[in-house]
Structure formats: C-alpha cells, structure tokens
Design a protein around this ligand. Structure first.
Ligand SMILES: Cc1cc2nc3c(=O)[nH]c(=O)nc-3n(C[C@H](O)[C@H](O)[C@H](O)COP(=O)(O)O)c2cc1C
Length: 308
C-alpha cells in the first residue's frame, strides 16, 4: 500500500479525519488532557454536557468503581452554555479538530434555546443532544425513553440549528430501535449509542448505597457487549449513521463497533484509566489498516461476517 490509510468518515454531514471521538463528560471541556497528547489528532471532541444555566450536580459520593465498570451519578455538574461559549471555547481555538457540544435541558424549550445560542458559534461543529442522562431528576433520560418526546426534542433542536444534530440514546428502554427510528424521522442527522446503563452498588458494612444519589449510570468494559448489541440493533433499523460507544478501551474494541456498522466511535471511561486511550486507538486503527491492507476505514464499517 502506497500511503497512509484514509481514516476519515462522514457522520451525517460532519466530516472528521478519523472515527475516534472523546465522549461527553469524560474529556472535560476539551483541553484538560492537552499535556498527554495533541487533541488535534482526534476525530472530534465532545465536551461535558451543558445546560442553559450552571448546574452544581449531585452531592458526593458521585462515582464508585465496580468490577470492570464505573458507576457515576455526577448529575450534569457544568458551568452553563454561556460561560462555556465565553470562557472555555476561546481556549480551544488552537485545537484543529471539530468541537461538539453535548446539551441537556429540563424542558424541550431549553433544548431549543441552547440550539439557538450555539447556532451563531462557528467553532462548534455539531450538537449532541443528551436525552439519556440517568442522573438528573427532570429531563435527561425521561426524554429519551418515550419515542414521541424524543422526537419532539429532536425536532425543536433541528429547527433551531443548521449544524448536524446527533441524538444520544439511552440503553434503558425495551426497544432502542423504536427511539432510534423516532429521532431519525424527526430529522436527527445521526445517533450515538449508548449512554450509561442504570445501576447501583451497596456498602454492606453501612447498609448504605455507595452513591449519594442511590442510583447511577454504569459505564466501562462491563457494558461493552450490551452496547455492541444495541449498536448492531440500531444500525439495522435506521439509515442515518450510528456512533458507537460503551466500554471501548482499545482499538480492538473500536474495531468491534465499526465492524457491526458504527460509522465512528466514542471513548469514555477509558480516558480516566489511560488518558492516552483515545490517541492510542487512533494509532491502533491506523496500524491495523496498514497491516490488513485496508486503504480506507469505510471498507471495515459494517463488514461483519455472519453465516446468516
Ligand atoms: C463521569 C461521567 C460523566 C458523564 N457525563 C456525561 C454527560 O455530561 N453527557 C452525556 O451525554 N454523557 C455523559 N456520560 C456518558 C458517557 O459519555 C458515555 O456515554 C458512557 O460512559 C458510556 O461509554 P464508556 O463506557 O466508554 O464510558 C458520562 C459518563 C461518565 C463516566
């Protein structure tokens, strides 16, 4: 093979140089991990979930480690959309990769309002709608478990922006394809699958839940097979691109998601264990393509071999 493989992919109008994106809530506001590697080498960066007004989040303890996983109940602690645009975004100017904002609203109106505010911000390449957070009282996952509400949120965001809209789905539903189809019909340009699975952990000595919020969202390697299944199911049911995530720790995990048809992948909990995980996945995918004589990563996407 003459040159480096082409890793670029197109996610519903958002063209990125490789399919590796950092997941919301695990990569700060975009530049916190600068000292570990050059974030310009990533396909894209999704920043911490933002709300219209700043949110303090849930009381501690907000995270607890479980076998092969992490339970979190952060509760969307964030500085708010305006402070992000004014104070954080300018420092991301030197990063040569698309910035995607992840937005969360208490009401459908709030989602629409945030889309409006982001619309005039050129530095933001796309919007990921979080209708899947299990750790907040109002909104969040409640919007993502009902197909009509999920469609309404999507519709209102799409109507208020020209930027590509990614809808992030929750796994905590009976049939993810119903929600996926509903947001596709409402105009989503792509979906990300999946957010965290509801879970809890108990301290038997104190007989108390380990999280102050009692319940939380499970992420990390423990959820990978379930997330992979949901991506497989979503891919079979929608035409828009699916971004896969859930427990991706290395390039082999990333390849599993690409093989089942994910157009791109996100790296979440792995960033906490190995801050260089995302860039190692980019390099691992490049080496894999060279070794396997794959000139374009799109040849791998959806190329799962089955006997059926
Ligand atoms: C500490 C923490 C904070 C998170 N915050 C957000 C958030 O603000 N918005 C969001 O959509 N997802 C959030 N997530 C979910 C992740 O983006 C991702 O969907 C999930 O962790 C599954 O991927 P993983 O197993 O690779 O971590 C958070 C996850 C963790 C562990």
């Amino acid at each position: 093979m003459a040159s480096r493989p082409d890793l670029s992919v197109n996610i519903g109008g958002l063209k990125i140089k490789n399919p590796v994106i950092t997941a919301s809530g695990t990569f700060g506001y975009g530049d916190e991990l600068n000292s570990f590697f050059d974030p310009s080498l990533l396909g894209a960066i999704i920043v911490k979930g933002l709300s219209l007004k700043p949110m303090p989040g849930n009381p501690p303890p907000r995270t607890v480690e479980t076998p092969c996983g992490l339970l979190n109940a952060i509760g969307l602690a964030n500085i708010g959309i305006d402070a992000f645009i004014q104070e954080k975004l300018p420092s991301l100017d030197t990063i040569n990769t698309p910035i995607i904002t992840n937005i969360y609203g208490h009401t459908i109106k709030e989602y629409a309002e945030m889309a409006k505010r982001i619309e005039s911000v050129d530095r933001v390449a796309a919007i990921e709608i979080n209708i899947s957070c299990p750790n907040v009282e109002k909104g969040g996952m409640a919007f993502g478990t009902d197909p009509d509400t999920a469609a309404m949120v999507t519709d209102q965001v799409v109507k208020n922006t020209t930027k590509p809209v990614i809808v992030k789905l929750t796994p905590n539903v009976t049939d993810i394809s119903t929600i996926a189809k509903a947001v596709e019909s409402a105009g989503a340009q792509s979906i990300s699958v999946t957010n965290t699975f509801l879970g809890m952990a108990v301290d038997v000595a104190t007989r108390q839940p380990k999280l102050a919020n009692i319940i939380g969202g499970l992420s990390g390697p423990a959820i990978k097979p379930m997330a992979l299944f949901l991506v497989h199911k979503a891919v079979a049911n929608v035409k828009i691109p699916v971004i896969g995530l859930g427990g991706i720790m290395d390039h082999q995990d990333a390849l599993e998601f690409l093989l089942v048809g994910a157009r791109a992948i996100q790296v979440g909990t792995a960033n906490f264990i190995n801050p260089k995980a995302a860039i190692e996945i980019v390099n691992g995918l490049t080496d894999f393509c060279v070794r396997e004589k794959v000139s374009n990563i799109n040849e791998i996407i959806g190329s799962l071999v089955t006997s059926q």
